[in-house]
Ligand binder design. Structure first.
Ligand code: PRX
Length: 643
């Protein structure tokens, strides 16, 4: 399955174009199937309908865990690095993983959870969060992981949208110096969630909690009594594996649905090829620290995002690799934490986000110098465009100019990496994701949907042919999936990203072209933030745009109308931020709030965001044509008041 030369990459790519079904069929054969698929692919991008490995029957956990047993029973699946440098790390072998997943799976069954039921996971980065995902997959339940930094209101919205029956959570979470009361957030969220029958609480921080009689159970009490074997549920390739909520250009976050077969095949294939880990030597016997010749992967994402799903939980396990799971934050106890962990465990493959790289660059080289970082072989970047400066800093100071940097472009909806270099195999170029993975057919289109041919061109990025791990639907609302991704350019999957193709055919993602912002690598819809701001009693209307931010990539700039408030503006701004924290969570709080008396609107009432973006970017010299505005004088006021 592993491509090892540039020539082979081109051959494989060609094969995938000429006969995608044979290409993916060949890759899929390497997994354990209880029943082979009868047809590899059925699709149309009109409905849309996409099915891969039709009638194939299997269980993804059998492939991610049991397939590696007994040969790799004592191999490390995860090394867990806790938030505090003084706390003990944990090593989870493949056998431990099997046992813990089975025990939890049996517990879920005993609580009445069946195939197809939705399970909400709201947990910090501890091994139990991964056990929870896999336990669901083991019994065919559908997991919906919600990032534990989201507020009670955001959590309840997600639980309600997919009618989750149970919530798996912890008493609290450590994040840097903070001790966050997670269970209390769940309690608040559940006040409006009627579908939830049980809450299983893993005691992690010993934060005091209240248990609701008949609903809440302590994880350790029940799971320890469960049996450590559990027959995997037989799943169809197109049965739902998980739902993951993400922001779109309109309305509430939507539940992106991924199914079992295609997701398994694609995440494993991309993990192996992009990162080029040598699984054969990646065997860390129980209790043993990694030696330099062994390989260890570390993806710093949270399991609450797609990166954590595909390249912490599923991809590495399907490939039988060893990985680090990190509870903390990059700047605690200081900005050398990542580098310290790399040296401590001898991490060989390190995958993080540009926002973290920029923050650690800003902290200064004094935090890097104490560490050798000589175990590193491959570096990765994900989540947002990486600017050239950050790329060079990463390359020079972390990779010591000897580690290829794979800039991996993909999305929650794509399930796995679509455009990226293959480490050490295909060329890299600063700030370019470079070439599509085999099986991926990208194209650039103009505003009208005409394909832009040739090189040295720029346009909107679409994909014209299905790949195994692509979104199947948005939970409970297929029409929304169609509108959001398949209607802008009929017959194509539209990514929402702008993109350049250089003279060599390398792709560079330039950022979102819709009303979605990318704040520290987190996707947030402008509409979502506006509706949270508008929930403040004094706010009549608001408009939110992204603006360039040195560390976060993009910051949130909010224009807010508060006509009759008696409060001073500083108090008001604090209240607005608190409102956004409450409704969405701290990741969505505006960096700048400008109080305005009006917004630039066309005569038909549409806000001209182009103008607001330019002002927020500080580029007010050429605001373009403002003659179609209902009241052009608001623009002068906005420019004068710019923050
Ligand atoms: O704009 C692109 C940006 O992140 C968006 C997807 O966000 P999300 O679904 O949260 O998934 C993030 C992790 C895969 C994309 O539409 N993005 C992601 N990776 C890159 C990127 N932009 C530029 N370069 C990347 N490598």
């Amino acid at each position: 399955m592993q491509i090892t030369s540039l020539e082979q990459y081109h051959n494989e790519y060609q094969k995938s174009l000429e006969n995608p079904e044979a290409f993916w069929g060949d890759i899929a054969k390497q997994f354990t199937w209880k029943q082979k698929w009868t047809k590899t692919l059925e699709w149309n991008f009109e409905e849309p309908k996409v099915k891969w490995f039709i009638d194939g029957k299997f269980n993804i956990t059998e492939n991610a865990i049991d397939r590696h047993l007994p040969a790799k029973a004592n191999k490390t699946a995860f090394i867990w690095e806790p938030n505090s440098v003084d706390a003990e790390h944990r090593i989870i072998t493949y056998q431990n993983l099997h046992d813990e997943v089975c025990k939890l799976a049996n517990t879920l069954k005993s609580l009445g959870i069946k195939k197809g039921d939705r399970v909400c996971i709201y947990m910090p980065m501890i091994p139990e969060a991964v056990f929870a995902m896999l336990a669901c997959a083991r019994i065919g339940a559908v997991h919906s992981v919600v990032f534990a930094g989201f507020s009670a209101s955001a959590l309840s919205g997600r639980i309600q949208d997919s009618d989750c029956k149970i919530v798996l959570t912890t008493d609290g979470a450590y994040r840097g110096v903070k001790d966050i009361p997670i269970k209390a957030v769940v309690d608040e969220a559940l006040e409006v969630c009627l579908s939830v029958k049980n809450v299983l609480v893993y005691k992690h921080t010993n934060t005091p909690i209240t248990l609701q009689d008949g609903r809440d159970l302590i994880w350790q009490d029940v799971v320890s009594k469960a049996a450590n074997t559990c027959e995997p549920e037989l799943m169809d390739s197109e049965d739902v594996l998980f739902i993951l909520y993400t922001s779109g250009s309109t309305g509430k976050p939507k539940g992106v649905v991924h199914t079992c077969g295609g997701y398994m095949v694609y995440t494993c294939y991309t993990f192996q090829n992009v990162f080029q880990m040598d699984s054969s030597v990646s065997s860390l016997p129980e209790g043993e620290m990694p030696k330099a010749e062994r390989e260890l992967f570390w993806c710093t994402a949270d399991v609450g995002w797609i990166t954590g799903h595909s390249y912490i939980a599923y991809g590495p396990l399907l490939a039988g690799a060893s990985a680090v799971l990190f509870e903390g934050v990059p700047t605690f106890p200081d900005a050398g934490r990542f580098w310290r962990v790399i040296d401590k465990y001898k991490v060989t493959h390190f995958y993080t986000a540009p926002t973290a790289i920029r923050a650690l660059e800003a902290a200064g080289l004094d935090f890097v110098k104490p560490y050798k970082l000589d175990s590193l072989k491959v570096l990765g970047s994900v989540g947002e465009p990486i600017n050239e400066e950050a790329w060079h800093w990463y390359n020079k100071n972390i990779g010591k100019e000897k580690c290829p940097i794979v800039d991996t472009w993909w999305q929650t909806e794509t399930g796995g990496i679509l455009i990226s270099a293959l480490a050490g195999v295909t060329p890299t170029k600063p700030s370019f994701a470079t070439l599509p993975m085999p099986g991926i057919q990208p194209l650039l289109v103009d505003e009208k949907g005409n394909e832009i041919l040739g090189n040295n061109v720029e346009g909107n990025l679409c994909i014209k042919f299905p790949w195994p791990s692509m979104i199947r639907t948005t939970y409970g609302d297929h029409d929304r999936c169609k509108k959001e991704y398949f209607s802008t350019y009929p017959g194509l999957y539209f990514t929402g990203d702008g993109c350049r193709r250089d003279e060599n055919g390398f792709y560079r993602i330039t950022g979102r072209v819709d009303d979605v912002m990318n704040i520290s690598g987190h996707r947030i819809g402008t509409a979502e933030v506006e509706s949270a701001i508008n929930a403040h009693a004094d706010v009549v209307e608001s408009a939110v745009v992204g603006y360039p931010h040195d560390i976060k990539g993009q910051g949130i700039y909010a224009y807010v109308i508060v006509p009759s408030t008696t409060k001073d503006h500083e108090t008001l701004k604090k209240e607005i931020i608190a409102e956004v924290n409450k409704i969405i969570g701290p990741i969505a709080k505006p960096d700048k709030i400008q109080i305005v008396s009006g917004l630039p609107k066309t005569r038909s009432g549409k806000i001209m965001r182009r103008i607001l973006r330019k002002v927020a970017e500080g580029d007010v010299s050429n605001l373009g044509d403002t003659s179609t505005l209902l009241d052009p004088t608001v623009v002068d006021e906005i420019v004068k008041g710019k923050l």
